[in-house]
Design a binder for this molecule. Sequence first.
Ligand SMILES: NC(=O)c1ccc[n+]([C@@H]2O[C@H](COP(=O)([O-])OP(=O)(O)OC[C@H]3O[C@@H](n4cnc5c(N)ncnc54)[C@H](O)[C@@H]3O)[C@@H](O)[C@H]2O)c1
Ligand SMILES: N[C@@H](CCC=O)C(=O)O
Length: 542
Amino acid sequence: MNISAGRTGLFPIGPTDPYAFATGSTERAEIAAALDEIRNTDFQVASNIAGKEVRTGRTMAIQAPHNHSQKLGELDLAGPSETQAAIDASLDAARWWGTLPWEERVAPFLKAADMLEHGPWRAKLNAATMLELSKTTYQADIDAACETVDFIRANVKNMLDMYETQPGSQAGAWNRIEYRPLEGFVFAVTPFNFTCMNNLAFGPAVLGNTVVWKPAESASLVAHLSLQLLREAGLPDGVINVVYGTGGDVGPTALGNEHLAAVHFTGSTGTFQHMWQEVGKNVGTYRNYPRVVGETGGKDFILAHPSADLEALAVACIRGAYEFQGQKCSAASRLYVPRSLWPRLKDRLVALTEQIKVGDPTDPEVYVGAVINSRQHAKHTEILARARAEKAVVVGGNTDDSIGWFVDPTILEVTDPHSPLITEEIFAPVLTTYVYEDSDWNDVLRLVDTSTPYGLTGAVFAEDRRAVEEADAALRYTAGNFYINDKPTGSVVGQQPFGGARASGTNDKAGTVWNLIRFASPRTTKENHLRVTDYRYPHLEK
Ligand SMILES: NC(=O)c1ccc[n+]([C@@H]2O[C@H](COP(=O)([O-])OP(=O)(O)OC[C@H]3O[C@@H](n4cnc5c(N)ncnc54)[C@H](O)[C@@H]3O)[C@@H](O)[C@H]2O)c1
Ligand SMILES: N[C@@H](CCC=O)C(=O)O
């Protein structure tokens, strides 16, 4: 039983520092070599069920978004019968994985974290992330290496903290709580934009759950390598079973299975709502009520007060909106600026945007790579055509798909604060501005709060403390991650627990004990130490 397991104190739990990748550094040379290795490998990625590769022969190309003629390999697509096999493998492994002493379960995870932080795996997973997701070296290192490592170690620490949380006991009895894994399998569904979303499968498994993991098709190579790392570190077969396939091919079988214990999802709001509806329709057929945990979309804001530091504000807009092509759920995508600041801020944003190099992110000079696939690119192209027609473009506004799926870093300005350009998630390097009258500060607070359905991240820029306080109070539910004088992106595991409410998710905060507990089914045991021999209440006792 996992009770009051105590702490090991043996592993570091602070955030992992990203490398600087300075010219001439060892890490720069290692990443160059790893990029070559990945480019020269023809990856044949297939579902992994009970430790065995399973193929259907239905394939799609794995492409580099910034150079779509560059094939990294092929992805074999699973369907309903492979999904069923993955469920069966998970249920088989559940019989023994969750009963192992916790030390045995966490050992492969902690080993994988060390192998990733300190060994050749760091350059390898970073390079795959750069090529498959089109991230710059720095963005890839923060995501694939640092966050994956930090999530793994945080899960272990959080699990031990949870085990230590025990009920009180009075003399005569001993009460205890066992944090059982859920009964059944966890269905982990991950988006394309972060390699470290492997945490959605890893976290529940640390706790003793077994998992069917469905990664996004556009992030299949990084998922494949994440699992390979864990298997090399000793993860037994069957604990995490990966099925690559479309949502339509995999989702209904998993969501319709009576042993579904939890959905652990990150992705768009629409997909999550659909999955929740499916779970709702099937209620009554499940053995347990499935836990539904999901982090979803955002329309994240930067709100500038007239007292804002203009240069800090401009840099936050650029980094918040353009890093990784704006494809972070936390990306700054709506900006509210007072009229008194806008002319100077606009000039600065235009100047900075024009300096930005767009292209192949393996070139160290490049700041903005390509968006993930042709479908997203077509959507962005249509949105920007509309913006051009509405004369909303301040800078940028074009797209090009001749070599890669590129979208210009773009600043838009709208006069209607309810325009879809400033209320709907775009997921591209596009920041839409609304200029308010300085005297309308209170109105703009209400507007920021009410004009989108989301509640993920947001930032206020103000030097005036009263304004900070007013924004803090008025926007209490507008962001699950609220920033003061900082960009709304770049949360660090264990430092800024991440997640939002409203249409942005269930706000269970990835990397915390609050998330982990959703994948535990506590059992209370009372053990009586005294013999009770009389049924009567004390006032009737002779
Ligand atoms: N809040 C957060 O923490 C967070 C983090 C990262 C990304 N996101 C959000 O993710 C989105 C971008 O990712 P995406 O484009 O990969 O999202 P998406 O919703 O298109 O896909 C997410 C995953 O769901 C799968 N899926 C789709 N339909 C399904 C179905 N019927 N059954 C089962 N699985 C199904 C997809 O194949 C993919 O694996 C953005 O909206 C972004 O804001 C949120
Ligand atoms: N943790 C990341 C967001 C993940 C969503 O895509 C950030 O805070 O920028």
